[in-house]
Design a protein around this ligand. Structure first.
Ligand SMILES: [Fe+2]
Ligand SMILES: [Fe+2]
Length: 280
């Protein structure tokens, strides 16, 4: 029987977006079927690729070269959904990557339950947004996309807590800040399909941030370290730039992210060096 880590690597090695999502969803169904039957798939070990396989299209461009379109126009809404589809596909890979990459650090089974569920939801999100694009006569791959999306994964490839700090607790938390504004764009346009998709994403992303916060705090508790201090040092080391308000304080609170975690990171401070981080 293939282990969870080997299954995660299979997803990472699948290039086509819909195929990647379908394979991930099938593996998640197997994981939860085993759990419901009172058994479990082995977590195992596997070597994830440094970069996941991706389709030939979209072309990946430096963010400065990705053309901007007015959000009020039909083309602008397609561009917005295309950017969200790209984020969701990246999120599928990010979640399977964290499952496969850090199996040398023993974690409770509940950690894998949370991440398999999040990975499954990201695949659902990618499919929902791809459906919206297709309903508008476009598709994922029709426009260029942001090339820098995998950078956070590469930067934290050797640092489990750094990954938890930067991916769910910074990047996915940022999604909570910006999604209500996106829903508003589609509400003005009367696009009920896109509203429904984005509302599903918004609701489920609170859970993903909460999983990050829960396991980050758990690891700090196991080490006897102060989660807020460790978070600040890791984000300053691995994240490029400062955090940008306004924050969705309410949803961040619901996800277990208190204001004193993120507000201090809105200030530009000198980068924390590798030595300081390794002494954590
Ligand atoms: Fe998502
Ligand atoms: Fe997510």
């Amino acid at each position: 029987m293939l282990s969870l880590a080997e299954r995660a690597v299979q997803v990472l090695q699948t290039a086509d977006g819909r195929a990647k999502a379908a394979l991930g969803r099938a593996h998640a169904a197997d994981w939860f079927a085993a759990r419901a039957a009172g058994t479990r798939l082995p977590v195992g070990h596997a070597a994830p690729p440094l970069r996941p396989a991706r389709p030939e299209k979209p072309d990946l461009l430096d963010p400065r070269d990705v053309p901007r379109r007015r959000p009020g126009s039909a083309q602008g809404r397609i561009a917005l959904l295309h950017a969200v589809a790209h984020i969701e596909l990246n999120a599928v890979d990010l979640h399977w990557d964290i499952i496969a990459r850090f199996t040398h650090q023993p974690m409770p089974l509940g950690f894998y339950d949370d991440w398999v569920k999040a990975a499954d939801e990201e695949a659902k999100h990618f499919n929902l947004v791809s459906d919206c694009l297709e309903a508008l006569g476009s598709h994922y791959g029709a426009l260029p996309a942001h090339a820098g999306m995998w950078r956070a994964a590469e930067d934290t490839a050797d640092d489990f807590m750094g990954r938890l700090a930067v991916v769910p607790m910074v990047l996915e938390a940022r999604g909570l800040d910006v999604t209500p504004g996106m829903i508003e764009v589609f509400r003005k346009a009367g696009d009920t399909g896109a509203i429904a998709a984005l509302e599903t994403i918004y609701a489920e992303e609170v859970g993903h941030v909460a999983y990050g916060s829960k396991w980050f705090n758990w690891l700090c508790g196991r080490d006897g370290s102060d989660p807020k201090e460790v978070f600040h040092r890791l984000v300053r080391h691995y994240f490029h730039g400062t955090l940008k308000p306004p924050f969705n304080e309410e949803k961040r609170a619901e996800a277990g992210l208190p204001p004193d975690f993120y507000w201090p990171l809105t200030e530009d401070l000198p980068k924390v060096t590798a030595e300081e981080t390794s002494s954590l």
